[in-house]
Design a protein around this ligand. Sequence first.
Ligand code: T4K
Length: 406
Amino acid sequence: MDIGMKNKTNVDELSLFGGSPTFEERTLHVGQPNIGRRERLFERINDMLDRRWLSNNGPLVQELEKKIAHFLGVKHCLLICNATIALEIAVRALELRGEVIVPSFTFIASAHALQWQGITPVFCDVDPKTHNIDPVKIEELITPRTTGILGVHAWGRACDVDNLNAIAQKFKLKLLFDAAHAFGSTYQGKMIGGFGDAEVFSFHATKFFNTFEGGAITTNNDHLAEKISGMRNFGFAGLDRVIQLGTNGKMSEVSAAMGLTSLESIDEFINTNLGNYLTYASELEGIPGVRLIVYEANEKNNYQYVVIEVDEKAAGISRDSIVNILHAENILARRYFFPGCHQMEPYRSNFPNARLLLFETEKLTQKVMQLPTGTALGTPEIGYVCELIRFIVKNNAEIQKRLNSQ
Ligand code: T4K
């Protein structure tokens, strides 16, 4: 196989020292952006320049909002400059205070968006089968200060929305979803976007559907949508009239141009991701200790994350050693979510004992990793990545010996 990368035939050829990966064309990244039809993007940007309207609720933003709302089957889509600011705005608009229950097994932005608003994130453990917040473990974390639950649809797989709804209703809590990974995914056959009080998407460059940087808040609540619309624009409600505290959360026209272009190719992106996922499934089959996570066959997923779990005992080598070797070979596999929000600052100092209640999270953060996918790579590259992983696991004893002697 020749895809312009080194082909490993024996342990001596592996760069076991975990040298810094280089920014080469042949580097395979998790999160390499999908680019739609460039000519359509350039047309839109040209029109935008002719119009001389670059931001502040421009026509491209309005068009993309309508199209996304239609795509998701939700009443309101409010585009925001990124998902982290979108979470902060949603949290404020929902008037969350005190404590909010959130998984620790998530990207740090979920926790930071709460803390940034002066809210204490209370970390809940996850279900090891789905990697999502475990509803069974929520009730014991509820205190008189709890005002909401922030569920995260990890890897585009929906949370247990029904049970979260039931808990939120029982305890009169707000329910917000971090749907950063879940654009185009479904829960019980319905597009994610209309669940809970609101949902927040990320359209960052590393997401399969991107607007360079960007995000959105979606909701079926008219009053909430109006409030968010004002909040993202300094609290303005007309010229010279500010009626509430606000921030600058606006999406620019150039980002919306990218979004509209990405939306035209969304089926192709999802099909490519699915094809890549199936190639990984067949190429990784039979490698001891390496398990590709499986999504529900009756739900849509965008397959933007190829997630594997490494069982160190069965593989004879740790997840971290595999990641280090892949990095040294210019395959930038990632360890999302490592080490878990509760192990990062300021939470690590604020809650030094949080890990005692996060048994499953602690285990997952040691074994989960992601492999490159998206339209930037194809079957030969995936074959190469899998061949390398198979080789590493097969030669685990020799590799481990050399790693130990370094
Ligand atoms: N909630 C959840 C559950 C999230 O996962 C995220 C973000 C958020 C909320 C917040 O959304 P945003 O505020 O970002 O809209 C990356 C992304 O920056 C982040 O958006 C994403 N989740 C997270 C899971 O991954 P880093 O710190 O790992 O990024 P970085 O710079 O290491 O890049 C990741 C990989 O992508 C690298 O291997 C390089 C590659 N890459 C990146 C960019 C920007 C490219 O190949 N091309 C590019 O243009 O966070």
